[in-house]
Design a protein around this ligand. Sequence first.
Ligand SMILES: Cc1ncc(COP(=O)(O)O)c(C=O)c1O
Length: 345
Amino acid sequence: MSNYSDFRSDTVTKPTARMYEAMQKARLGDDAHGDDPTTQELERHFQHLFEKEAALFFPSGTMANQAAVAAHTVPGEEIIVDESSHLFQFEGGGLSRIAGVQTRTINSDNGQFDFGRIAHAVRAVSVHMPRTGLICTEQSHLFSGGTILPIDYLQELHAFALNRSIPIHLDGARLFNVQVETELAFAEYGAVCDSLMISLSKGLSCPIGSVLLGDGAFIERARRVRKWMGGSLHQAGVVAACGLVALDEMPARLATDNALCRQLGGMVLGLQGARMAQETIDTNILFLEITQPDLDAPMVEAALADHGVLALALGDRLLRFVTHRHLSHSDVEHAGSALNQILNA
Ligand SMILES: Cc1ncc(COP(=O)(O)O)c(C=O)c1O
């Protein structure tokens, strides 16, 4: 795919030269025995950054999210989750299979729950009903186009949950793309949830890895879940080393990815036969709705590939574009003019 302008996802990013070097030089132990120094160093860095008690390295965001749910709940409990969230939509039904929870889905407005609705969804204490064991939220909110949830909303959600003794898990897969815009301290995000997951393998460009954060007891439960999920790695430091480099060289440059996405949004505004399917471009994700009746999203996806541009069709009408380190202004211009040609052919 190296000759393509690949907008399918920021997960296509490859390690940087410094990451390859760090992999080679990483000090290694056996993380399953708790003595891989590089993994421990990465976990400590995240712990300090978010001011959480403990951190745990995972092979993927999905595994970390699922382990978080399993560590917060017991089977048979109910969790409140956004209908359009990654956890509910794109993790293979893991919530029921792995944690054994049932889901109470709520529609959100660009990732934000209505407090009346969520209050209605919290179960009364009753022997007849499941217990509400967790509320999950996502920052940035993928499905509404990488929207940023305002910190005051997250603080209100946290207060709401605290009042009812319900923990909050934050899927912060792309939280670094958010922070570069808001410039808030990472600890402010750490303070509004009981646990959070950060992906290293998206805009941060690591080949593998995510970090789960929470209090010490929660992380010990998540460590057990990770073990039975098969996610306990041995010389994990080989990949954790990339995370340490990422923390040093990546966060500030994510502003470029977000800016590229806004540039793409500008090009899309002028198109006939398609429109932006989101209100704002806050970070690095753009959903395009194909409105031209003779075309659908898979057809446009295929035609774009013929022009050397890769995007991701989601359903009949939506096409997703995600910007990242391997894309430039000229890739964006190329994608814009290819779309123009396809839609006006
Ligand atoms: C919002 C969100 N959460 C979680 C994940 C899962 O991460 P992974 O692909 O590492 O399993 C993704 C992946 O794209 C995501 O977009």
